[in-house]
Design a protein around this ligand. Structure first.
Ligand SMILES: CC(C)(COP(=O)(O)OP(=O)(O)OC[C@H]1O[C@@H](n2cnc3c(N)ncnc32)[C@H](O)[C@@H]1OP(=O)(O)O)[C@@H](O)C(=O)NCCC(=O)NCCS
Length: 143
């Protein structure tokens, strides 16, 4: 099941912050992110009450930006990221957004394959963006 996180639900925010500490590395990072950016939105994938993955986007007027997509290691390669991506794309379509953008490390083959599977194209390179490793800017046109 996929649900959109209600940032007023402090217990849930704390649970996500703990489970996804690889994504939200600073203490209370998730909470402060929302306070600083009300256009941020997180979808979580849960099964039998367990949170197994998330996709975190910024909803910026007529486009979406993917901040992160992360599936906990033991649940990977079971189609969870695909389901999360499909949900975001469907929501974007229903709101007539023009494009979805993201940035990914050049050596992150699992993520790059996922993005290509959903029609994202490479649009640019950010030299040495990740500690000496290039970042690839990718975009999916929605119109
Ligand atoms: C990238 C990630 C989100 C994929 O999650 P997942 O739930 O395992 O992905 P899915 O099972 O839905 O797979 C979707 C597609 O991704 C690609 N993929 C996933 N894992 C892969 C792997 N280990 N190697 C190569 N391609 C892979 C495949 O194209 C796959 O499509 P297919 O099953 O039709 O071949 C997951 O590996 C992850 O959380 N990685 C760490 C966080 C991360 O790097 N996030 C991206 C930040 S930019």
């Amino acid at each position: 099941m996929i649900e959109i996180v209600n940032f007023d639900n402090e217990n849930l925010i704390n649970e996500i912050q703990t489970l996804f500490s690889d994504v939200y590395k600073q203490k209370n990072e998730l909470k402060s992110e929302y306070v600083n950016n009300p256009y941020t939105r997180i979808y979580i994938f849960t099964e039998a009450g367990d949170i197994e993955g998330l996709i975190h986007i910024n909803d910026i007027y007529d486009r979406y930006e993917i901040n992160n997509i992360y599936v906990l290691e033991k649940y990977r390669q079971r189609g969870i990221a695909s389901k999360l991506m499909e949900q975001v794309i469907a929501d974007g379509k229903s709101k007539y957004i023009t494009n979805i953008t993201l940035e990914v490390r050049k050596d992150n083959f699992a993520a790059i394959n996922l993005y290509k599977k959903y029609g994202f194209l490479e649009k640019g390179i950010r030299k040495s963006y990740y500690n000496g490793i290039d970042g690839i800017l990718m975009e999916k046109e929605m119109m």
